[in-house]
Design a protein around this ligand. Structure first.
Ligand SMILES: C[S@@+](CC[C@H](N)C(=O)[O-])C[C@H]1O[C@@H](n2cnc3c(N)ncnc32)[C@H](O)[C@@H]1O
Length: 247
């Protein structure tokens, strides 16, 4: 089984059409008091590129060395001047503070325990300017997904594989309710006759009340809780919980 965050060209291929968060994040960055933006878990630079193109001074931190290098190469190719640092969002130290720090597209759910989450939030706190703002975008756990048959395969998506041809992803998931961790296995089928490439990842299921407690425990302040990229407030049926806050 492979770590999903080792093959950046594959990530860009299967998340190529994930663009619905971009206008929202640009608008949120615009609301900040200055141009200095820090993204934690920057991935392959999917969000770095539009932010730099919009004129922000961008720094990204990314755990996977291959993803970070891929993102740097993308910026170089486009002659864009952002900084991508290989590092851990739980333990980084930069000689700069930021107007806007964000963790996009569910990346915060890769922090598997309260301790990991608090370490990340404490580092956000250390790196915010006095009137800076932070944003964390995660989904609201969906019990229909958590409590399904762990032996069954469920469709995820089809996409154009970077090495050519259509690729189909199906998944198996197993929820450890004591640890609140969803273990996910993605099976990539390039043709039905050969065996699939299998990748795995874990996500912590964080309910809105847990997230609020973590923010309070970290000594940060919540300003707004949104339920989607259209700016609607968080409600019981909202698919997302987007928390915006400050020092
Ligand atoms: C769903 S991807 C999101 C990437 C990018 N932010 C985007 O929106 O496309 C999650 C990313 O989190 C990174 N990641 C996981 N744990 C991390 C950690 N402790 N510190 C920094 N990055 C981490 C993974 O390597 C992966 O690139």
């Amino acid at each position: 089984m492979n770590d999903i965050y080792t093959v950046p060209e594959l990530y860009d291929a299967f998340h190529g059409n994930k663009i619905d968060d971009i206008p929202f994040l640009l608008a949120q960055a615009e609301k900040s008091k200055g141009p200095d933006v820090l993204e934690l878990a920057a991935g392959t630079g999917r969000l770095a590129i539009p932010l730099i193109q919009a004129g922000f001074t961008y720094t990204g931190i990314e755990l996977s060395p291959s993803y970070a290098q891929w993102a740097r190469d993308k910026l170089t190719k486009r002659k864009l001047s952002g900084k991508i640092i290989t590092g851990d969002m739980r333990s980084f130290s930069l000689d700069k503070k930021f107007d806007f720090i964000f963790v996009g597209f569910n990346s915060f759910l890769h922090l598997g325990t309260d301790q990991d989450a608090l370490q990340c939030l404490e580092h956000i706190k250390k790196h915010l300017k006095p009137d800076g703002r932070f944003l964390v975008d995660i989904f609201v756990p969906n019990p229909d997904h958590l409590y399904r048959d762990p032996e069954k395969f469920y469709p995820v998506m089809s996409f154009e594989h970077p090495q050519g041809g259509e690729c189909r992803i199906v998944e198996k998931t197993r929820y450890d309710s004591a640890a609140e961790i969803l273990h996910v296995e993605w099976y990539f089928y390039r043709d039905e006759a050969s065996s699939p490439d299998i990748y795995s990842f874990d996500m912590r299921m964080v309910y809105p009340d847990t997230f609020d407690r973590l923010i309070t425990d970290a000594g940060l302040v919540i300003q707004e809780k949104l339920g989607n990229y259209d700016g609607s407030p968080l409600e019981p049926e909202s698919p997302l919980q987007i928390t915006i806050g400050c020092l």
